[in-house]
Design a binder for this molecule. Structure first.
Ligand SMILES: [Cu+2]
Length: 147
């Protein structure tokens, strides 16, 4: 009985890993959305998926923005010019930034599952957006794609 249960747990754990997908976001000086961008800047994933942030160009990093991720989600902070891989562990909307280029609008959005916290994120993003001086509309554009 216990052995049967262990096998069942092992199999269900395996199936969770089997369906978890991997995504790659490039950190670029120039991309389809302009200068200093994450590409794609808007990404839809499933909870449990992994997102790899690739240093396509040097001098960038990826880190989650405090207060702009789902409650209880694990924040991340990648080193400059280094790849960072993040397992997205909670449902909802995540806003992240490249620290040296936040003022240039180098930000991105990930939605895991559904955008259940979108209204909350939109309100909390206002003071953050106010500090961006170039490509100010970019974050709002990405958030508008969140559903
Ligand atoms: Cu950057």
């Amino acid at each position: 009985m216990i052995r049967k249960l262990c096998v069942a747990i092992a199999l269900s754990t395996l199936s969770v890993f089997a369906i978890a997908a991997e995504h790659t976001v490039q950190m670029k000086n120039t991309g389809t959305d302009g200068m200093m961008v994450f590409e794609p800047g808007f990404l839809k994933v499933a909870v449990g998926d992994t997102v790899h942030f690739e240093p396509t160009d040097v001098g960038h990093n990826s880190q989650s923005v405090a207060e702009l991720i789902p409650a209880g989600a694990t924040p991340w902070k990648g080193d400059f010019g280094k790849k960072v891989s993040v397992i997205i562990d909670k449902n909802g909307v995540y806003v992240y930034q490249c620290l040296p280029h936040t003022m240039l609008g180098m930000v991105g959005v990930i939605v895991a599952g559904d955008a259940s916290n979108l209204a909350d994120i939109q309100v909390k993003a206002e003071p953050f957006i106010a500090k961006i001086s170039m490509n100010k509309e970019r974050l709002g554009t990405y958030l508008a794609k969140a559903k």
